[in-house]
Write a protein that binds this ligand. Sequence first.
Ligand SMILES: [Zn+2]
Length: 250
Amino acid sequence: MNRRNFILFSALASGLSSVTPMAWALDFGKIMDAGKTLADAESISDDDLKSYFDQMTVHEDAQNQIAGPSTPHGKRLAKLTKGLSNYNGLDLNFKVYQTQEINAFAMANGTIRLYSGLMDEFTDDEVRYVVGHEIGHIQSGHTKARIQTAMRTSALKNVIAATDGKAAKLADSQLGDLFEKVIVAQHSQSNEREADDRAMDFMKTLKYAPEACVTALEKLDKLSGSGASWLSTHPSPRERADRMRTQLAA
Ligand SMILES: [Zn+2]
């Protein structure tokens, strides 16, 4: 049996008064054991991590207005993502959130969400650059590393229940917390460069115009200060645009 030792620290905090000393001793042994598991977050199975991303996806989708397939944004999304249901072995699923925010995000389960505000500002190929960049974060392992860190260090470790071989079902507030830490938090510059490099590969491999990597970043640079949410997680677009330009000829 693939038993996961995901720990229930909250059992220690909230359940102590109601358990017998013997039961407490047993639970405590389990907690110590699982504490080691948490310290080594890589031991959380990929299936469990996928479950957490799936839960986050459902949660975010429920909180946003999704552009239907017959809307202008829905139709454009279908056109832009034609043939992209899988990339390099990663199954992808796309939706558009109807909001003026200039933003996009991806999760390691293949969820990619584009905000209509971003689509309105960007050309088709610039949107594709964003998609390639977000896939780049997934395929470089950035997204997975972040959820592992979040599981290990955030308040989540206090609420994730120890279950037999199954991921915990997280509450809405926990999913919101996880989303902040895994998706909204700013990436490091080195992660940004790696994702940009993969975006350039993505554009060239799929025969999209790679110049869009440069123009998208220049556009983001101009949009600085006018509420481009993507900028808060993806800093320094000008330096990155210059870097992408040097790769165009490569
Ligand atoms: Zn990024």
